[in-house]
Design a protein around this ligand. Structure first.
Ligand SMILES: Cc1cc2nc3c(=O)[nH]c(=O)nc-3n(C[C@H](O)[C@H](O)[C@H](O)COP(=O)(O)OP(=O)(O)OC[C@H]3O[C@@H](n4cnc5c(N)ncnc54)[C@H](O)[C@@H]3O)c2cc1C
Length: 303
């Protein structure tokens, strides 16, 4: 079926989103594009404005739970690439994979990004989430961010303009799209060795061979969400096709064609049990993307 002329050729209609999330769950995007260039991104932004539809950016979908229905939005998968190392700064396209970047830079003899090793997200997504591991977070290495706003304007921020928190940033839930960013690095011939050891530790302690969305819940102050869930005896608890991982209780595994509803039900069950048994409220780390579900798809009126 050919694309109607009012839809730019880079945008598809009715695309399943599950292949674009690491949990392999998700309904149908009304409009969808994988963008490799800033020009294509600008075209998607213009289209979403023309159609008065929200634009939702997916990096690697590694911290997302996407609803089961049809979602009335323009979904953009960001694959804007490019890695430029100069002195002690590396400028990176927001669609570059964080773990790949960590490997590339440490193999060049530079340190600072080893903690990204094994984080499956894009660097853009990592800035939005202020991703972290090994007592380090994105905020500790970030120098600059370049974004595009919903009107197609480019905006530049330096680290000092931005206030980050635990798994949050000023870009979370906002309409700007991150297109590139700059991290600080330093010469370190041991970086690759450190990176490999971090990756090994991850593979030993986290489920990497089944689809997950990383940690479901934030760690409450002074506690580990995974340990709390484990102590409540919830490892292995399953609803539909989704299960609390036996390897790391803060990960939910999609074992048998799980639905987003299964995930929501398991989230509520785990929250309930932890609250009853420990008095602690677990807060979600993953981002639910459900808000614009519509039961049927309607074509917009074209003037
Ligand atoms: C096996 C596994 C291990 C993980 N380990 C860790 C870990 O150690 N530490 C950690 O912090 N996280 C971890 N995560 C979670 C996840 O990888 C991070 O949160 C990552 O930062 C998400 O990046 P993403 O590109 O996948 O973003 P997505 O999940 O695609 O999106 C997350 C949010 O960012 C927004 N977004 C994405 N890209 C852009 C952009 N360019 N501009 C504007 N908004 C954007 C999305 O709209 C969404 O709101 C893990 C996940 C998995 C599956």
């Amino acid at each position: 079926m050919s694309t109607p002329s009012w839809i730019p050729s880079i945008i598809k209609e009715r695309q399943s989103l599950s292949p674009y999330t690491t949990m392999k769950i998700g309904g149908i995007a009304r409009f969808f594009s994988v963008v490799h260039t800033v020009e294509d991104l600008l075209e998607c932004i213009r289209f979403s404005q023309q159609q008065s539809l929200p634009l939702f950016v997916i990096g690697k979908g590694s911290n997302l739970i996407v609803g089961d229905g049809c979602i009335d939005a323009v979904f953009v998968v960001n694959r804007i690439g490019g890695v430029l190392l100069k002195d002690d700064r590396v400028k990176v396209g927001a669609g570059v994979n964080a773990s790949y970047l960590s490997q590339k830079i440490s193999k060049m003899g530079y340190g600072g990004l080893e903690f990204f090793s094994g984080i499956p997200g894009t660097v853009g997504g990592c800035v939005v989430m202020n991703a972290g591991a090994q007592q380090k977070e994105v905020k500790d290495i970030l120098l600059e961010v370049e974004t595009i706003d919903p009107f197609g304007n480019f905006c530049h921020y330096s680290r000092d303009d931005l206030k980050f928190g635990y798994r949050t940033s000023p870009f979370k839930g906002k309409k700007e799209v991150i297109v590139s960013l700059t991290f600080k690095v330093y010469e370190d011939q041991m970086a690759e060795e450190k990176r490999v050891s971090i990756l090994k530790k991850r593979l030993d302690t986290q489920p990497y061979t089944v689809p997950t969305a990383g940690c479901m819940f934030k760690n409450p102050i002074g506690a580990s969400a995974g340990q709390l869930i484990d102590r409540c005896g919830l490892k292995g608890l399953q609803i539909g096709g989704v299960k609390v991982s036996s390897k790391h209780a803060n990960f939910f595994e999609n074992n048998h064609n799980a639905t987003a509803q299964n995930v929501l039900d398991l989230i509520e069950r785990v929250r309930y049990e932890v609250k009853i048994k420990t008095g602690i409220d677990l807060e979600l780390e993953v981002i639910p993307c459900f808000t614009t579900c519509t039961p049927t798809l309607q074509h917009p009126t074209v003037s």
